[in-house]
Design a protein around this ligand. Structure first.
Ligand SMILES: [Zn+2]
Length: 156
């Protein structure tokens, strides 16, 4: 009598880490929407810019991200170009905005655009890191939902 061992799981940590490519564009979009890059359902943050350690919907570990200073740098570049274009437009069209309008309006506009863009850019970056298995996303424990038995196999 021989005993055979079969793989009873459709996605084990080993093949998840090495075999299945992740859709980085989809993960980027989910991160931009401030959702879990794995399932797209769970919220990415528990506070403004504070990512959850684990996705509340699928259990994916999210604490492996290393966004660091990249989101603020990217935000500054984007907001700077938007504000620069608006300022140039106002100047070229001779809108004759008062000094006080420009001195107060541009910083407020810049702040609002930055506060809108920063969590989205950070989320997209976290999604990108997750998709490319950067840092410790490669060795992250798989959510329980991913370790379900494969169709047509039994666990016995
Ligand atoms: Zn999730």
């Amino acid at each position: 009598m021989s005993v055979t061992m079969t793989n009873t799981y459709s996605r084990t940590p080993a093949n998840e880490a090495g075999d299945e490519p992740r859709d980085w564009a989809q993960a980027l979009k989910r991160g931009w929407r401030q959702r879990c890059p794995h399932c797209g359902e769970g919220k990415l943050y528990y506070k403004f810019l504070k990512p959850r350690d684990v996705c509340e919907a699928c259990g994916e570990e999210l604490h492996h991200h290393r966004a660091d200073d990249a989101p603020p740098y990217i935000t500054i570049v984007i907001v700077g170009h938007i504000l620069g274009a608006i300022m140039l437009f106002a100047h070229e069209r001779s809108l004759n905005l008062s000094v006080w309008t420009e001195a107060i309006g541009y910083p407020i506009l810049g702040l609002l655009v930055a506060l809108w863009a920063l969590p989205r850019i950070k989320g997209a970056l976290i999604g990108y890191q997750w998709a490319l298995r950067m840092h410790d996303f490669e060795t992250a424990k798989r959510p329980a939902a991913d370790l379900r038995p494969a169709a047509g196999t039994s666990a016995s």
